[in-house]
Design a protein around this ligand. Sequence first.
Ligand SMILES: NC(=O)c1ccc[n+]([C@@H]2O[C@H](COP(=O)([O-])OP(=O)(O)OC[C@H]3O[C@@H](n4cnc5c(N)ncnc54)[C@H](OP(=O)(O)O)[C@@H]3O)[C@@H](O)[C@H]2O)c1
Length: 335
Amino acid sequence: MQQRNLRNLTVSAIGLGCMGFSHGYGATPTEEESIRLIRKAYDDFGCTLFDTAEVYANYENEILVGKALRPIRDKVILCTKFMPEKFLPGQEIPEGKTSRRGLRNALEASLKRLQTDYVDLYYEHRVPQGKDVGEVAEWMGELISEGKIRAWGVSEATPAQIRRAHTVTPLSAVQSEYSLMERRVEAEVLPLCKELSIGFVAYSPMASGFLSGKYSSADTFTGDDVRRVITRFDKKNIDANQPLLDLLHAYAKDKGATPAQISLAWMLHKYDNIVPIPGMRRDERMTENFGAVDVTLTDTEMQKLEEELSHIAIHGDRKDSDIQKLGTVETVATH
Ligand SMILES: NC(=O)c1ccc[n+]([C@@H]2O[C@H](COP(=O)([O-])OP(=O)(O)OC[C@H]3O[C@@H](n4cnc5c(N)ncnc54)[C@H](OP(=O)(O)O)[C@@H]3O)[C@@H](O)[C@H]2O)c1
């Protein structure tokens, strides 16, 4: 697969978001099947970027990803995240996680679960409001010089936080939600990443599957499926958002591709150092999504697509504030 750079890390142009193997999208595959799929991403498609976090199913996802990647650990870029203001079992230290000791403890525990002695890319999952991100940046710098992590990043950070963090210890990546349905980062965050040569990792690049065009208002989402609270998936909004899919279908037909592939190709065209990390739990979705690297949009096609997109309104939102409705999985949409 084509390669891209997250500053000092070279990764495949499309990575694998591993969260859904343990939580967030309803029923999960068996452990055996999840491990098979994670290894397949590397073996069959050359995917080298794998994304997890301590909060995904309270550590379970890290454990799964560690097991899956063990035989190929030195060949892949393993990314995980610590959540500063959320205490998970065993993390109740008096100083909290936004302390030198707290951060170090969180990392050491992640390393054990991941069965490795270093993390390639370690993210601060959310940067707390009103706290100086420079402190965490400094501690991340220490972890880098000790070889415990190779690079660090921030997730859903503001432009001011990104600038400040990068001044103290250069960031390799900013990870935020980005797709044809969620384009807020285009205003400031993406231009800033370009200016500072920071990689951008796009989570939920398929807008939780919507952009594949395979979901309809007849679908029902159950259990911990985040689509129960993302209002773009309200039945009326699924219908109201059809013009976007119609446009993607038209481009897909023209290019001999699929709407999912056009969505990813659009994103890959935006910035040389952008890497989408779709979640995929079926063989055919891997073939489709990783295949998007071979779908190229010319500058003229991009301009035309952008012009057409500008006439299409997006109905619904990610709706973080309603996430409590999911009870114990309240972390899904915000993490
Ligand atoms: N930093 C953060 O705060 C944050 C937040 C959320 C997620 N993440 C990371 O980003 C990763 C990706 O996010 P996401 O899982 O929301 O991404 P996504 O790819 O936008 O959504 C995943 C959903 O879309 C479906 N899908 C993907 N490609 C498809 C295709 N070609 N056809 C049909 N359905 C398709 C998946 O189906 P199946 O899985 O059922 O196959 C799954 O239900 C996560 O795994 C996690 O590592 C980070």
